[in-house]
Ligand binder design. Structure first.
Ligand SMILES: Cc1cc2nc3c(=O)[nH]c(=O)nc-3n(C[C@H](O)[C@H](O)[C@H](O)COP(=O)(O)O)c2cc1C
Length: 302
């Protein structure tokens, strides 16, 4: 384990929500060193910041953890509205989404769509000078269709006051599958002056070990859903037996569903909310349990 190497929980819309983060933090917050959490993206809808997105950040569930809200925006106007609203709500840091590959967002210039509009990114870089009290970071891909697109943004990103840049080395066209474009990522990150955080397909402590010399940190999404003890294992330098990892997966699901029950209306809503977590069940878990989980959302402990 390298000192000062940053560990971050990736934002996953509908999955790493406040309740999940609370339960995950209660389970592992004390055994994995300092970990930074990010909210799923907070967006503007019909000219205002979506109240439920904002609540996911401001809810009092997340006391004690280092939580950074993430925003998605199509232009400087949306950006300002989001940053002003978050600053008012007490945010000291803001992460900027320039990587969401969802076509309706990309088409409007949000998320990865921003990568092909350098002028708009430059406008936002200018805006940042008016918010010296906020620490910004960027989460991005290498392009929409072509991984060299990001290269044209390097000088603008270097002009931004950033804590770090998280890079998912794929294009938006690849969505969340296909080869990681590692040499393209190396080329792009060598042009940046900011600390670089690697994001993509990290599943085991050894995957993290392999990144510590070249990067300043890792951000993990699906790998943590499948193996919630991943950072704790990396931090302690000791892998947990498979059985204990499976138990952690099941406990995280069960406890998250107990917290969500208070917020959601009825069993059907809870079931729909919990089902997606089962898509990330560890490969070792009994297939029968996974099948029931996918159907019912919650199954209790094994
Ligand atoms: C269901 C789902 C929802 C996601 N929501 C967000 C989001 O709100 N903001 C964001 O920056 N990335 C989002 N991502 C991307 C992840 O943060 C991450 O970049 C991606 O999953 C690759 O990392 P991983 O291989 O560790 O999962 C999402 C990904 C998935 C699969």
């Amino acid at each position: 384990m390298e000192k000062d190497f940053k560990l971050m929980v990736a934002p996953l819309q509908g999955l790493t929500v406040a309740e999940w983060r609370r339960v995950y933090f209660d389970m592992f917050g004390n055994s994995q060193g300092l970990v930074e959490y990010f909210t799923p993206f907070i967006r503007v809808e019909k000219g205002v910041v979506r109240a439920r997105d904002l609540r996911d950040f401001t809810s009092d569930l997340n006391k004690g953890m280092m939580l950074t809200p993430q925003i998605i925006f199509k232009d400087a106007e949306e950006w300002r509205l989001l940053v002003d609203t978050l600053a008012e709500a007490g945010a000291e840091r803001v992460d900027m989404n320039m990587g969401c590959p969802f076509p309706p967002q990309v088409k409007k210039g949000r998320g990865a769509g921003m990568l092909s509009i350098p002028d708009r990114v430059a406008e936002i870089a200018d805006e940042m000078a008016h918010y010296p009290e906020i620490q910004f970071s960027v989460k991005m891909r290498l392009g929409v269709n072509d991984p060299t697109e990001a290269l044209a943004l390097a000088y603008i990103i270097n002009s931004m006051p950033l804590r770090h840049v998280t890079i998912h080395p794929r294009t938006a066209k690849q969505q969340y599958k296909g080869n990681l474009l590692l040499s393209e990522m190396k080329e792009f990150s060598s042009m940046l002056k900011h600390p670089i955080v690697f994001n993509g397909e990290i599943a085991n402590p050894s995957d993290i070990d392999a990144l510590t010399s070249d990067y300043d940190g890792v951000m993990v999404g699906r790998g943590l859903l499948a193996r919630p003890s991943l950072f704790a294992e990396y931090h302690s330098g000791r892998e947990l037996p498979i059985k204990q990892r499976e138990e952690a997966f099941l406990n995280l699901i069960n406890n998250t569903s107990s917290l969500l029950e208070d917020r959601l209306c009825g069993a059907a809503q809870l079931r729909d909310k919990m089902k997606p977590y089962w898509e990330y069940a560890p490969a070792s878990l009994d297939k029968k349990i996974v099948k029931i989980g996918k159907k019912k959302g919650v199954i209790g402990s094994i």
